[in-house]
Design a protein around this ligand. Sequence first.
Ligand SMILES: [Zn+2]
Length: 470
Amino acid sequence: MIRRNLRGLLLVSTALLQTALILPAQALASAPAAAQVQPVDLNPDLADDAPERAPGQKPEPGSLEEGIWVEVGKAEHAAKTSGERNLSPDLDAYVGGVLTRVTGRYSGDVRVYVMDRPFFNASMAPNGYTEVWTGLLLRCDDEDELAFVLGHELGHFRHSHSIKTYKALRDGQNTALVATMALSVLAMGAAANAGTAQAAQSISNATSGLIDVIYLGSIAAFLGYSRETEGQADTYGLIYTREAGYFPGAGARIWQDRLDETAASDIEKVRTSPARINVFGDHPLETTRLTALTRQDKLLNGGTPSTRTPEEAKAARLAYRAHIRPYLSAWLRDDLRRQDFGQTLFVIDRLGVDGEDKGLLNFYAGEAYRLRGGKTGKPDLDSAITAYKVALENPDAPKETWRQLGDVYRRVGDTPKAIEAFNAYLKALPDAQDAWIVQDQLDTLAKGDQPATPAAPAGAAPSSTGGLKQ
Ligand SMILES: [Zn+2]
């Protein structure tokens, strides 16, 4: 059973897979009509929105909001002290800097914690406590996309959307549910914001896989944001990031990418029902939202969509990559734990668009194929070999590439090449901790014994999945 908790309601998770169109765009400097356009002109739904809170505003004593702050304060403490928190000072400073720029005069109200979790998510609680998950950072093409996601969350924050949602729940038929949520938040540990003990463990567990979706689903179950509210947050996100000088086309693009990532999933259910399969199913994928973002951008921009040149887009990607490069390997390794290798390959493909980090990216493409090949057999194992070989043509290929290549050759029954690759590994990393294991493999292969695990079945069709090979 999926237990519900208060934190899940109050931490407004970002729309996974909100739909988007790719917005052609223009330089920010020429935004002639911005001053004349009112937010409500962009999105009539904003007329019904909750009033905007003032910077530094605190809850009234004894109010519902004050009670909520107490509860999310506990959640914040859990996040702050969580073993899943990424404590890299550089990354913390970078993400914090983006948040400061987006939040502007509200920057004194918010604090961000980067969490090592391989899912696309960010949240901003009513007390300003913000989480950014590394699966989101891995999936942003550039800082502008990260800024849009934070701007969307800031929209929920400035207009107290979660409190509005909480009140609606409380005043409705869900009294028991709210009580349950309030109780469960008290029992919540650092990594235990999960529907079941198993799910909680899986979040921290290196070998965990799809069960994480249950955990994420438990969050989604209580977000309860209406389509209207999500559309409002999109509009705010567009306005805030534009004001902060970010590229206004970024929001639509990051949602489109999530849609495309869904289509790349290994899991049929994910591919075939993109509107509901995303873990934050309360943020349905809707073309109306994409259309709205596109229309709003044009309005803000004096009638033409924002554009930037391919060179400007590339420069933005390279600048962002420089910030995340130190973590790329760890995040890709984490992403493989989700066991949706089609999606990981999609992410790797996007990361490879500028030809950066080819050794590392092809190594992880090889890993995705190798792991999937455990089930699918030869086609993916052949793709793994191809990817590892491309990786090894580049200086940033991890030395382990040789070992993994040797392992896959062994599994497809190519003993001479397996021996060659294992020897290359021992030569590259003579002091490796697992050198004795590899040597043992070599000895076994040299004797012509049966390999430890049977080779994959041969004769299947070539893999149809793309992935990064050049
Ligand atoms: Zn939202």
